[in-house]
Design a protein around this ligand. Structure first.
Ligand code: SF4
Length: 488
C-alpha cells in the first residue's frame, strides 16, 4: 500500500486498541481481501483484529484487498508467519489468491512450511470446500472464545518455531476448526455459534456483543461504532444463507449492548446497529430511546417493513439517518408469498412517507427459480411507482442476480444463464429509464458466476484455482468441467 494511502487511512482512525510495535513480536496478519472502506465496516474482521491484540506476543497488522504491504507499517506479508483471513464474500477469494501470489507465498497449503493460513468469515462458513487446498485451517463459526483459543495457540507456539503439523493437530481440537489435511470433511456445519465466553456458565443475553474498537472516516459507515445486536435471522428466505450459518437466532440484551459500546465514552456520537432483523429486536424502542437520550445518533441496516410499529418509526425519525434501506427482493405477489416478504407496495410507500431519509435504497434479486418475465417487470413497476411517489428523494435500486448457496433451500437450483440474466436486467433498466431520481446498480458481470461456483463447489474447485497460474486459466478449466461460463 502506497505510503500516502497508508498515512491517510491511519490518520483517519480513532482506535481503542493498544499499540503493538515490538520488533521481536510475532507478526500476525489480519487480512480482509476487499477494500479498506468495506473491511473497516465489517464487524467480524474488526473483531478478529481486536482479539489478536489480546496476545502481547503478537504484532497484529492489517492487509486489505490484494495489497501485499501492511497498513500499519508497510511490512510485506512474507514477514508474517500467521495469516488470518476474514472471507465475507466468495469473490474475495480471488483477491486472496492474488495477494498470496504478489507476496511470493505459495497458494497451496502443502507447499507452505513455516506459516499458518487460517480462513474464517461468512463465505468460509457457507462453503469451506473450495478453500481446502489453500487454507491450513478453516474456522466454521464465530464463537469468540474459540477464536481466542486459536490465537492463544498460535501466539504461544509460533509457526516457524513450532512444527506446523503439531500446531495443526493442536488447532484441530478446537470446536469449529477444520484442518482439511487431517479430515476429509468439515466439522458440523453451522455449529451453534453463540458468543458465550464461558460456554457453560453465561447465558446468551449476558454475553457482551462485538462492537468496533476502531472507527475511520473512510469506512463505509464513517466514524461510526458498529455494535451487533443480534445473531442470525428468524426468517428463512429460501435463497439466504444467514439463518443457516448463524444458528440459532438470538438477541443480545440491551444492557450488554450498552456495555459493549460504553468503552468509547462520549468520544463518538454515531452508533450503527448490526443485525439481520433489527425491527424484530424485542427492545428496539428502549435501545433507540437510550441512545437518543445520551445524544447518540443511531443508524440501522436494512429493515423489514412489516415489523415497524409507530414507536420505532418515531424513534427512527429522530435519528439523522440519511439512507433508508429496504430489501423487498422481489416485485410480484407470487414471489412475495414464496419468499415470505409479503408486504405490498402501498406498505412500502406508507413507511417511506413517515421517514425523512433523503435516500431510499431498495434491494432486488432477479433470476430466481421459475421466475417469469412478468415477475421481473413487477420489480421495474415497483421501483418506478416508489420513485414517482417521492420525486425529491434519491432512489437507489440495487438489482442483483440470484446466486445459489450451499445449505439454503434453493441450493440445488442453477444460476440463470448469462444471456437470460442480461435480458432481465435490461427489462428493469428500460422501465426505469429517464427517471431522474432513480439510480440503478446492477451487481452482475460474467465473473459473478464464479461466486456460484465458490458458494456451492467442492474441494476440486479450490485445487483448480491453486494449480492455475491465473484466474482466467482457472475459469477455462472450471468451464470445461461444468460449463458455468460458456453457456450463452
Ligand atoms: S434475506 Fe434477510 S430476512 Fe431473509 S433470511 Fe436473509 S437475512 Fe433474514
Amino acid at each position: 500500500m502506497a505510503y500516502f494511502t497508508r498515512e491517510k487511512f491511519l490518520k483517519s482512525e480513532i482506535s481503542l486498541l493498544p499499540a503493538h510495535s515490538k520488533k521481536w513480536a510475532v507478526r500476525a496478519a489480519a487480512v480482509f481481501p476487499n477494500d479498506y472502506r468495506t473491511g473497516m465496516s465489517n464487524l467480524g474482521f474488526l473483531e478478529i483484529f481486536e482479539i489478536m491484540h489480546r496476545f502481547p506476543q503478537l504484532f497484529p497488522q492489517r492487509f486489505f484487498g490484494s495489497e501485499p504491504l501492511s497498513l500499519e507499517t508497510g511490512e510485506p506479508l512474507t514477514f508474517f508467519p500467521i495469516i488470518a483471513v476474514s472471507l465475507s464474500f466468495e469473490l474475495d477469494f480471488l483477491n486472496l489468491l492474488s495477494l498470496l501470489r504478489k507476496s511470493g507465498i505459495s497458494v497451496k497449503s502443502t507447499e507452505r512450511k513455516d506459516r499458518i493460513l487460517i480462513i474464517g468469515g461468512a463465505a468460509a462458513m457457507i462453503n469451506p470446500y473450495p478453500l481446502a487446498s489453500i487454507a491450513d485451517a478453516i474456522f466454521i463459526g464465530d464463537n469468540i472464545s474459540n477464536i481466542e483459543k486459536i490465537f492463544k495457540i498460535l501466539a504461544e507456539n509460533p509457526p516457524g518455531i513450532v512444527d506446523k503439523q503439531d500446531l495443526l493437530a493442536e488447532l484441530s481440537k478446537i470446536e469449529g476448526v477444520w484442518i482439511p489435511s487431517l479430515l476429509e470433511n468439515p466439522p458440523q456445519r453451522a455449529i451453534s455459534v453463540n458468543k458465550i465466553q464461558n460456554a457453560e456458565a453465561t447465558p446468551f443475553e449476558e454475553v457482551t456483543p462485538p462492537s468496533s474498537a476502531i472507527v475511520s472516516s473512510f469506512a463505509a459507515f464513517p466514524n461510526m461504532i458498529l455494535v451487533q445486536i443480534q445473531q442470525g435471522c428468524p426468517f428463512r428466505c429460501p435463497f439466504c444463507a444467514t439463518p443457516v450459518i448463524y444458528n440459532p437466532f438470538q438477541n443480545f440484551s440491551v444492557e450488554s449492548i450498552i456495555l459493549s459500546i460504553s468503552r468509547w465514552g462520549s468520544r463518538i456520537s454515531r452508533i450503527g446497529l448490526v443485525g439481520s432483523a433489527i425491527a424484530d429486536y424485542p427492545d428496539l424502542n428502549e435501545l433507540l430511546k437510550y441512545f437518543r437520550d445520551i445524544g447518540q445518533n443511531v443508524f440501522t441496516s436494512s429493515l423489514r417493513l412489516d415489523r415497524l410499529n409507530s414507536d420505532i418509526i418515531e424513534n427512527l425519525k429522530l435519528s439523522k439517518q440519511r439512507t433508508l434501506t429496504i430489501a423487498p427482493e422481489v416485485g410480484s405477489q407470487k414471489f412475495k408469498k414464496i419468499i415470505g416478504k409479503n408486504f405490498s407496495i402501498d406498505k412500502i410507500i406508507s413507511i417511506i412517507q413517515k421517514l425523512p431519509a433523503k435516500e431510499i435504497k431498495l434491494y432486488y434479486i432477479i433470476g430466481l427459480p421459475d421466475e417469469e418475465l412478468s415477475d421481473v417487470s413487477a420489480i421495474g413497476d415497483e421501483i418506478v411507482k416508489i420513485a414517482g411517489e417521492f420525486p425529491n428523494r434519491k432512489i437507489i435500486a440495487s438489482v442483483n442476480p440470484f446466486v445459489p448457496k450451499r445449505g439454503t433451500k434453493w441450493e440445488y437450483f442453477n444460476m440463470m444463464v448469462h444471456k437470460e440474466l442480461i435480458k432481465r436486467f435490461n427489462i428493469v433498466k428500460k422501465m426505469i429509464d429517464n427517471r431522474s431520481n432513480i439510480y440503478m446498480q446492477i451487481n452482475y458481470r460474467r465473473k459473478t458466476r464464479l461466486q456460484w461456483v465458490l458458494a456451492t463447489g467442492d474441494r476440486q474447485v479450490g485445487e483448480i484455482f491453486a494449480e492455475s497460474d491465473t484466474i482466467s486459466d482457472a475459469v477455462s478449466k472450471l468451464d470445461s468441467r461444468s460449463h458455468v461460463f460458456s453457456i450463452p
